[in-house]
Design a protein around this ligand. Structure first.
Ligand code: GAF
Length: 386
C-alpha cells in the first residue's frame, strides 16, 4: 500500500494540509472457523494487505470522509444519531460511536482511506477498516488510553450495532494484534493467545479466490450463530449445574443427549463447531511437531464440515477444494465465514506451479472466470505509519 498515493489524494481532497497516516491489515485463518463466537479457538494471522487512512482533526464536530478507491465522500456529525446509509461509512460512524463509549473524546476530522485487501475474498477488509480508524482515533483523541483488546471489541461492536453482522472477534483480533511472520492461536473465551512462527519449510499457503460473493451472507451468518445459540439453550436446560456459557463447554456425550430437543439442522451446526474445536487443538500440536500432513488432513476435514454440516460453501468452493485434492495438495478448505470468497491451501513447494496452473485451467473451463491467486504473506497488525 503506497503512502504517497493516500497522501496525495488526502491533500487534494481537503485543504492541502497533511495529517497522520495509519495502517491495519486484513487476515487469513489457518483453521478454526465459526468457533470464535462459540468461545473456541482460532488460528489467524494478519496479511500484508490492508487499509491505510490519513486523518487530521478539523476543529469542528463533523467527520468529512473520502473513500479514495470508490471516489465517494460522506459527512456526518460526531454526535449525530442517524447512521449513514452508505455501507463503508457505517463502519466509520460505528467506530466513532464505539470509541466514544470507551471514553475517547472524539472531535471532528477530515480523512481519506484506500485499501488493497481484495473485496469479497474473506480476508476481512471490514475488520481492517474498523481497526484502522479505532487505532487512529485512539492515537489522535484518546492518548492511546484504550487498550488493544478494547479496540478489537470496538470493531466487533461496530459490526453488531451498526452493520448487522453478529460476528466473533477473530478478524479484528488478527488485524490489531498481527505480527509479521507469525500466526496466532487465540482462545476466544479467555482472550489468551500465543504467537507461532509462520515457518512451513517446503510448503506454501495460497488462497484461491472463487470470485463468488453471496448477497445474503450477513443474514446467513447470523442464522448460523442463532443455531449455535439454540443448541446452547437446550444444553443449559439439560445441564443447569454446568453453568455453560458457550458451545465450547459442551462435549460429544452432552451434545448427543439433546438430540431430541433441537432441530436436525441446529444439531449439524453444533456437530461442526465441536469438531472444529478438536481440529484446532490437533493443528496446534501438529505445528509444533512440524507435522504438516496432519495440519492438511484437518483442513480437508474442516472443509467437509463447513460444506456439509455448517452449509456455508458453494459449488465453486467445493470445486476448488476437489481440484486441490486431485492435485495431491496437502490441505485445502474454505477460509473465513464462507458463502463465497477463497479457499486456503497448504501446498508442497514442488507441486505449487502445476497445481496453480491446473486450478486456473479448470476454473476457466468450468466457469469462464479467471481464477485469482494470492500467496499468503503474514504482515504486521495495526500501526501508525507517520
Ligand atoms: C467472519 C466473522 F467475522 C468472524 O468473526 C468469524 O466468525 C468467521 O467469519 C468465521 O470463522 O469472518
Amino acid at each position: 500500500m503506497d503512502i504517497e498515493f493516500v497522501r496525495s489524494r488526502f491533500i487534494k481532497h481537503f485543504d492541502g494540509k497533511t495529517g497522520n497516516i495509519y495502517h491495519s491489515p486484513g487476515r487469513i485463518n489457518l483453521i478454526g472457523e465459526h468457533t470464535d463466537y462459540n468461545g473456541g479457538f482460532v488460528f489467524p494471522g494478519a496479511v500484508d494487505k490492508g487499509i491505510m487512512c490519513e486523518i487530521r482533526p478539523n476543529g469542528t464536530g463533523k467527520v468529512l470522509a473520502y473513500a479514495i478507491d470508490l471516489k465517494d465522500k460522506v459527512e456526518f456529525g460526531v454526535d449525530d444519531e442517524t447512521v449513514p446509509r452508505t455501507s463503508w461509512a457505517r463502519y466509520l460512524y460505528g467506530i466513532v460511536q464505539e470509541m466514544k463509549k470507551r471514553g475517547v473524546d472524539v472531535k471532528g476530522f477530515n480523512t481519506a482511506f484506500a485499501g488493497d485487501v481484495p473485496l469479497g475474498t474473506g480476508m476481512s477488509s471490514s475488520a481492517a477498516l474498523e481497526s484502522c480508524y479505532a487505532y487512529a482515533i485512539n492515537d489522535l483523541f484518546g492518548d492511546n488510553k484504550v487498550s488493544k483488546w478494547d479496540i478489537v471489541l470496538a470493531g466487533q461492536a461496530t459490526e453488531h450495532n451498526y452493520c448487522g453482522v453478529k460476528c466473533g472477534i477473530m478478524d479484528q483480533f488478527a488485524s490489531v494484534f498481527g505480527k509479521a511472520g507469525k500466526l496466532m492461536c487465540l482462545d476466544c473465551r479467555s482472550h489468551e493467545f500465543e504467537y507461532f512462527p509462520f515457518e512451513m519449510k517446503g510448503y506454501k499457503l495460497v488462497l484461491l479466490d472463487s470470485g463468488v460473493k453471496h448477497e445474503l451472507a450477513s443474514s446467513a451468518y447470523n442464522d448460523r450463530r442463532k443455531s449455535c445459540e439454540n443448541v446452547l439453550e437446550a444444553l443449559k436446560q439439560r445441564y443447569p449445574e454446568k453453568n455453560m456459557e458457550t458451545l465450547r463447554d459442551a462435549d460429544w456425550d452432552m451434545l448427543v443427549s439433546v438430540k431430541d430437543i433441537v432441530s436436525e439442522e441446529d444439531m449439524r451446526r453444533a456437530v461442526f463447531v465441536l469438531g472444529e474445536k478438536d481440529r484446532v487443538q490437533a493443528v496446534c500440536k501438529a505445528l509444533t511437531e512440524n507435522d504438516f500432513e496432519t495440519v492438511g488432513k484437518k483442513m480437508y476435514e474442516t472443509h467437509r464440515g463447513l460444506s456439509e454440516d455448517y452449509e456455508v460453501s458453494c459449488e465453486e468452493l467445493d470445486y476448488l477444494n476437489s481440484i486441490a485434492n486431485d492435485n495431491g495438495v496437502t490441505g485445502s478448505r474454505i477460509m473465513g465465514g464462507g458463502f463465497g470468497g477463497c479457499t486456503i491451501n497448504l501446498v508442497k513447494e514442488e507441486i505449487y506451479d502445476s497445481f496453480i496452473a491446473d486450478a486456473k485451467d479448470k476454473y476457466m473451463n468450468r466457469y469462464g472466470k479467471q481464477l485469482k491467486v494470492y500467496d499468503v504473506v503474514i504482515g504486521d497488525g495495526s500501526r501508525k505509519i507517520c
